[in-house]
Design a protein around this ligand. Sequence first.
Ligand code: CO
Ligand code: ZN
Length: 334
Amino acid sequence: MKQLLKTLTETFGPSGFEDEVRKVILKEVKPLADEVRVDVLGNLIVRKKPAKGAKDPKRILLAAHMDEIGVIASHIDKRGFVRFTNVGGTFGKYTLGARVRFMNGVTGIVGYDRFENVDSTIPLNKMYIDVGATNKKDCPVKVGDFGAFERSFMEMGDRLVAKSMDDRSGVLVLIETLRSIKSTPNDLYFVFTTQEEVGVRGAGPAAYGIDPDIGIAVDVTATGDTPASIKMVMELGKGPCVKFRDPGMLSDPRVVDWMIQTAEKAKIPYQREVLLFGGTDARAIQVTRAGVMAGVISVPCRYVHSASEMVDLNDLKNSVKLLTAMLSKAVSFS
Ligand code: CO
Ligand code: ZN
């Protein structure tokens, strides 16, 4: 599991350029799936059909996004320095000094314009990427090239650190859930979505095409367990979070009940989640077509949208356990 997470997080995949990540996932899921297809927006749709004789199977969509936050080159100056803007929630506070890799393999480091107060947060438009060029002509990056943070995976006991834990940890949970489900009475669609970080653009069209009864996103959630963090109850290592609310959606209470009852019955630790910022694919799934019952299982994560996002291995394992328990049985809502 750790090795696959290392591979997933070290793979390049800013929004709109999820191809390399999709290749890694495809290799894992192909032997486990009944059907595999890729839609126009690049969503990877992996189906596990209901066992023969299953009565009234529910169509359940599970979503985890493949893309990560990144940068896009917007201007190259005469000395070959690359100006850039954000792709998704790339924050100034985390970007300064970062290493960046572009689509064509070119790497660079983020420098900044002169500023007076070293403790102030610098906006991205006061930064540039130094790719080792000396002039505009020999600069190997062109306007329109996409880049992402470059950072290797690191283990600190059960605490795992990497770029793009948002949402490759969710991708891992879906792959391992698919692997662990032996047989299901439900019609399952594991969807590895594109372009979540730029405003949840892949999941909606995918859900429209699948027309599910229930939709569940698996994504990271911020925690309230660091010094002077925002007051939120989610903590690393205390189990998967059952989302009640984020600014983008209210979880369907029937789906929340299903998650909590399954966790309690199977004695899987879980946490209640009210997230004060951010959103997930479930937001778009919930309001597609005539509406879909939707919820979210979240992996607690510190330092979200930095190049060193931290999750706990036990939360990943328990997320797989919870989803496996939920999806292996027939679902009925009264
Ligand atoms: Co994110
Ligand atoms: Zn995410």
